[in-house]
Design a protein around this ligand. Structure first.
Ligand SMILES: *Cc1c(COP(=O)(O)O)cnc(C)c1O
Length: 477
């Protein structure tokens, strides 16, 4: 008799019961969300999870959800909260969750056109839509990745091969960027074997944007010294302050000098959808490669980035592969297979978590939400400027507002602002993060959650005023 084993296939009744428990949990979470803190610092930090080790015998869904609630969902930043105003906030659209659920249950193999033609068509259609948003040609290569970091790696590996940067010339192959470029690009260079390329940090203007003339002089100087300038990495929305480098001017320089032009629009790219954001991104269409993160600018849950590369052929040359056991797939070439354009083979069918909310909400809802974020940033900036003691040195280009408090009492201003951010984080109703600008400790309001509205900003401003006054009072003793 053969061994038959069905315990991994719940009956219809069992499925319905577990599904009901999960759905109740989700509905409770969403109902309570507006009143839940944006940050919770527990002493155990989820360590209770380890007291329930993996065992031979099963537990009930109620117990599993209890563990999830106490040990996972409560401690740390509540990324689903509209009060998350730190780093670059994510989103977590409900329909994305349903898209993930459908993708996981049907488990289409979305890496290869032959195995899941509809799934690959869906992902490529989403990528062509993104290409059209930023003025890229419809035949640009694209890949839906786990996030901006892997998307950047794909872009820079392609750039390396397109520019024929081989090991012999790496020490002479110069990369240009600013000190505000995202650290994932340094990481990508290192992983792509380019860690020994000289990197020039081009000076920035008072709004923290790359100075085009300084770039041009640096390239000329390096050329005169016999080096090979090959890659320019710029930002369309820096993480620190949301600055957009002068994309058109920089495009001109890369064209003249034959550099690969990479635009990191992981945070800022989808503002191309909004009427006010679109003109600010002019020039992005001149890039050779662009990274943009739907898990930031399209409010999708974490786990979705995108890369677009004009040179489709080169992207495939860097990433394609041939394996004998895959030969059946070779004849199906109508649509490019994700596996030929990325380091991944098997992968999550990520397209569905973006397609479903775009279809069910319609694109206009996303456009409006993005426009609202830009308006909220202007609002927060004006309010901070009008509030005694606060200083907001840079008008926001996108949706990040940087500021600090200058206390009346004579004291270390950096130390005061460190205490201020601590106090706001301990309060927990909103979550803010900080950065250093020219050695000044600055606070940031990063407005990107689809759940952040004017009342959230008003609450953040109230808390900031309260905490600053309390700290000021302490100083005066
Ligand atoms: C978030 C971010 C990245 C990195 O993307 P991940 O999705 O976190 O991997 C790169 N660049 C910028 C400007 C970002 O904001």
């Amino acid at each position: 008799m053969t061994l038959q084993s069905y315990p991994l296939e719940p009956t219809a009744q069992e499925r319905a019961a577990v599904q009901q428990a999960v759905e109740t949990y989700v509905q409770n979470f969403l109902t309570q969300l507006p009143t839940l803190p944006a940050f919770v610092d527990t002493p155990e930090k989820g360590a209770g999870l380890l007291e329930s080790p993996l065992e031979e015998t099963p537990i009930q869904i109620e117990e599993a959800l209890g563990l999830l609630q106490r040990e996972v969902d409560v401690p740390g930043i509540n990324s689903a909260s509209g009060g998350h105003l730190g780093y670059i906030p994510g989103g977590g659209l409900y329909y994305s969750g349903l898209g993930d659920y459908l993708a996981a249950v049907t488990n289409k193999y979305a890496g290869i056109f032959f195995s899941a033609p509809g799934a690959v068509r869906m992902e490529n259609m989403l990528l062509r839509w993104m290409a059209s948003l930023i003025g890229f040609p419809a035949d640009a290569a694209g890949n839906l990745t786990s996030g901006g970091s892997i998307a950047s790696l794909i872009a820079l590996a392609t750039a390396r091969d397109a520019q024929k940067i081989t090991s012999r010339i790496i020490p002479d192959a110069v990369v240009y960027t600013t000190a505000h470029a995202h650290h994932c690009l340094d990481k990508a260079l290192r992983i792509a074997g380019l860690g020994e390329c000289p990197v020039r940090h081009i000076p920035m203007d008072a709004q923290y944007r790359m100075q085009a003339e300084a770039l041009e002089s640096a390239i000329k100087e390096d050329k005169a010294a016999g080096l090979k300038p090959w890659l320019l990495i710029v930002s369309a929305g820096t993480t620190d302050v949301g600055a957009i480098d002068p994309l058109n001017e920089l495009a001109q320089i890369t064209r003249e000098h034959g550099l690969w032009y990479h635009v990191d629009a992981a945070y800022g790219g989808f503002f191309a959808l909004s009427p006010s954001g679109k003109p600010r991104l002019a020039g992005i269409e001149a890039a050779d490669s662009v990274v943009m993160d739907p898990h930031k600018g399209l409010f999708i849950p974490y786990g979705l980035g995108a890369v677009l590369i004009k040179n489709r052929q080169q992207t495939a040359e860097t990433h394609h592969y041939l394996a004998n056991y895959m030969q059946d797939a070779l004849s199906a070439t109508e649509e490019a297979s994700p596996a030929d354009l990325s380091p991944e083979l098997s992968k999550h069918f990520r397209g569905l978590r973006l397609w479903l909310p775009l279809k069910l909400h319609g694109v206009a809802a996303f456009r409006d939400a993005l426009e609202e974020k830009l308006n909220l940033a202007q609002y927060a900036y004006q309010q901070l400027q009008q509030t005694a003691g606060f200083e907001a040195p840079v008008a926001p280009e996108l949706s990040v507002v940087i500021f600090r408090y200058i206390p009346e009492a004579i004291t270390d201003v950096n130390e005061f602002n460190q205490k201020l951010i601590k106090a706001v984080q301990q309060d927990g109703r909103v979550f803010l993060s900080s950065t250093l600008l020219d050695n000044n400790f600055m606070l940031r309001l990063a407005i990107l959650s689809f759940r952040t509205h004017q009342e959230t900003i008003d609450l953040a401003l109230t808390i900031l005023r309260e905490k600053a006054a309390e700290l000021e009072q302490e100083l005066k003793g």
